[in-house]
Design a protein around this ligand. Sequence first.
Ligand SMILES: [Zn+2]
Length: 261
Amino acid sequence: MEFKSQKLYHQLPRVTAAPTQWERRGPNLIAIETSIAYAEAGGQLADRGVISQNGKKVTFLDTQKAGLGRCIIRQDFPILHADQEIQLRLAEDLGPEWDELRPIDVQIDVPNRAALSRSHTAAHLLFIAAQQKFGELAGRVKGCRIESDKGRFDLIIQKTDPNTLSELAAVVHQWVEADYAIQLRFLPDEPECRHWLANGIRIPCGGTHLESTRPVGRVSISRRSKGPHLERLAYQLHDPLPPEVVAYYDSALQNEPNQAS
Ligand SMILES: [Zn+2]
């Protein structure tokens, strides 16, 4: 039966390993009932890591949501799908010695998570800078991709020039220098509707983030035309991942209260 997988990565954002019930979905594909691994969404690439059971280990390369789940449509939030099944794609076929009646442990690749969280935070800073320059961008984002050390938005905006890129970079730099605290909240009546908050700005976001803006470090911004009114704004991170960003992720299972907006 299809799972409505619980997103442990939202409930326990610092935890990096957790057990779960599971079922086979293919030779190298499994479904998990609760997921400590971030499933690709909103452009942020997925967690990868290792599953284990009774001394056996297999690497997983990708974490994805499957099925339509429940569609949430409300005026105060972009349309999204919730309660989907989360699946792990494995690096090799799973042998019959893996017992489906017993839980597996899922352990994520911590530096990869830390880097994706930092990159997602950088993406928000570029979005804020672009919104300051071009006005409200809701409905004008045609694509978004967040990788570990770079990312991009495809936006319906006027053609940008080097001056505009310098202006955007200056705003991002100011946010990094100010080291604004970041909070992730959810709507009290719908925990799937999540917001990112920093310095008075609120952005709908289902991703993972840093605790503040400074560890983003140095960022450069470039552009590419994707059509007459479609610009691709890309960012590149230039500093190594600070140790405190990796240390934020703590493998000990701990209960952190989630905060409603
Ligand atoms: Zn986001």
